[in-house]
Design a protein around this ligand. Structure first.
Ligand SMILES: [Zn+2]
Length: 432
């Protein structure tokens, strides 16, 4: 497995990622751009963009918020720096940690803003947890869908055209776009990247039959998933909905946001440490995001949130690469005992079925089977085993066959595909 020579990302990343001739990943290359940008002129540009949307007696902009440090920073920027009247909107997926819930509820108090919170029914959310996990190995799929649907629905209903997002995650971590692209939110990004090509109508009983997976049916119908339905093109055009990313206009650094929002607004990080990362100030809106949900990233791709956080901190100069590798060694593989127990109870899911389903999502580019154990190469140069294989003999044989086919085709097969998907970022960088 190839790794970035500067951060700790592997070539088999969950996001589109490629490398230059020095072995530096696109995420690190785009992070380098930040140091060359004239941020004063970007802020002036930010003012010009939002000025077009100021309106006397209505909301000027809509801000999707989770109550996290970045949400606080965005609302701080909108109200104190840009002097806007925002409407805050939250998709609430039921699994906030206590400090996250405290931070969320305080937003209307400390910023004196109107705040709409949509909380889908709990029984339906549990069904979505099970469905997302069985179908895609992702119990949080409903969150990706809700976060990128509910604010757009509200923008249409309340006639607020401009939506202010935080950073573009795939750009920030993997360099999917350049800072010169001024990328904006698209329905294509929502469906093809954030939601991996699945939409709400794939998760109804009818949709699952269409997908050839009727055995996964949870009894969901169209009326259960109103919160997940993206507005039509006509509705979007009638309002002129547009989503811009704050990180294109101000130097975005979540470590600095934490300092500012704790000092100015009494924002609270998690008291209890997470099992799979060293940070305590991320993902407070979903306790499973850096727990069992992130464990599935390790199962699929062989890395996890400790890698994501290390890459970010290495690029910000707050961590050396070898310190990052130590975080990876200590945390990326951890099976979160407490978090998994909580999720199994919450989603009413069987532990054995959990392990078996996990193993059905292992990526043969990353994993091998030796002596009944899952084995993979590590960034520090050795190979380790990471637990028992929970597949049947036939499933094990099928995995080995897929792995052998991939080897015969050469790693180039998948890499070529990835390069095609990711062709925009290197071009944009070359144009600098
Ligand atoms: Zn890198």
């Amino acid at each position: 497995m190839k790794y970035c020579s500067r951060c700790v990302y592997p070539a088999a990343s969950a996001m589109p990622l490629s490398f230059n001739e020095d072995g530096v990943c696109t995420g690190c290359q785009v992070a380098d751009q930040r140091r060359l940008i004239d941020w004063d002129s970007r802020l002036a540009q930010f003012h010009r963009v939002v000025d077009e949307y100021r309106c006397g007696n209505d909301y000027d902009i809509l801000i999707p918020v989770s109550g996290g440090k970045d949400s606080y920073y965005q609302v701080h920027l909108a109200t104190k720096v840009l002097n806007l009247k925002p409407l805050l909107v939250t998709y609430h997926a039921n699994n906030f940690v206590p400090e996250g819930e405290y931070n969320l509820q305080r937003m209307r108090e400390v910023f004196d803003c109107d705040h709409l919170i949509l909380r889908p029914g709990e029984g339906m959310l549990k069904k979505m947890n099970r469905l997302g996990f069985r179908l895609q190995g992702d119990m949080n799929w409903h969150s990706h869908c809700g976060i990128f649907t509910v604010p757009i629905q509200v923008a249409v209903r309340y006639n607020v055209p401009l939506i202010l997002w935080g950073e573009h995650g795939f750009m920030d971590l993997a360099g999917m776009y350049s800072y010169d692209d001024f990328v904006e939110f698209t329905a294509k990004f929502r469906l093809e990247h954030a939601m991996r090509g699945y939409d709400w109508d794939d998760l109804t009983d009818e949709g699952l039959t269409r997908l050839g997976r009727p055995e996964l049916a949870e009894g969901l119908e169209e009326k259960d998933l109103k919160w997940a339905q993206y507005p039509s093109d006509d509705e979007l055009d009638a309002v002129g909905v547009r989503g811009i990313y704050t990180s294109n206009f101000v130097p975005w650094d979540s470590n600095r946001h934490v300092e500012l929002v704790m000092k100015e607004y009494g924002w609270r990080p998690s008291v209890e440490p997470f099992e799979r990362t060293y940070r305590r100030f991320s993902s407070l809106d979903d306790r499973h995001d850096v727990g069992v949900h992130d464990y599935l990233k390790f199962v699929k791709f062989g890395y996890g949130r400790a890698s994501d956080h290390s890459c970010h901190d290495i690029r910000e100069g707050q961590l050396s690469r070898s310190e990052g590798i130590e975080h990876v060694r200590r945390l990326d593989h951890v099976k979160p005992v407490k978090d998994l127990a909580r999720w199994l109870e919450y989603a009413e899911f069987d532990a054995e079925e959990f392990d078996h389903t996990c193993d059905s999502f292992r990526d043969p580019r990353v994993w091998n089977i030796k002596g009944g154990k899952w084995v993979k190469a590590n960034i520090w140069g050795t190979e380790s085993d990471y637990g028992d294989v929970c597949l049947s003999a036939a499933e094990t044989a099928a995995f080995i066959e897929r792995r052998d086919q991939l080897k015969e085709g050469g790693d180039g097969q998948r890499n070529d595909l990835k390069r095609k998907r990711n062709e925009r970022a290197p071009e944009a960088i070359a144009a600098l």
